[in-house]
Design a protein around this ligand. Structure first.
Ligand code: HEC
Length: 98
């Protein structure tokens, strides 16, 4: 009985970590995609990459909202995702900026 519980616990932890892993990498995949398909239409990515680490979260949020006013086509979810990725400088954002 005891070993059964341990196996169950391990399996659940494994599943939880899988879910968390796939969620976080999917979000930053989306960010790289947003950057390379929607954010380089009017200016190059350099304009964005130069600002990594220099804006607070709310400054990124308002910059992205301003881009949407300029004409960038982002859904509400994409706006939130991108704000987080840019503020946290996710790996894929850094890769897109290389
Ligand atoms: C429809 C055209 C357009 C698109 C699409 C666009 N931008 Fe811009 N962007 C501009 C213009 C115009 C400026 C300069 C004026 C300004 O800052 O509002 C600018 C400037 C910037 C700047 C420098 C100013 C600052 O606030 O630091 C950043 C960063 C930026 N854009 C990020 C983005 C991001 C992220 C995206 C993708 C969501 C994006 N842009 C998509 C037009 C666009």
């Amino acid at each position: 009985m005891k070993i059964y519980k341990i196996i169950c616990f391990a399996a659940i932890m494994f599943l939880i970590s899988l879910i968390m892993l796939s969620k976080s990498s999917r979000a930053s995949d989306d960010c790289a995609l947003i950057l390379t398909t929607k954010c380089n239409l009017c200016h190059n990515l350099g304009r964005i990459c130069r600002k990594l680490g220099k804006k607070s979260k709310s400054r990124w949020r308002s910059a992205i909202n301003r881009m949407v006013e300029h004409g960038a086509a982002l859904s509400d979810t994409q706006k939130i995702e991108l704000t987080i990725c840019l503020y946290e400088q996710s790996d894929n954002v850094k890769a897109a900026c290389k």
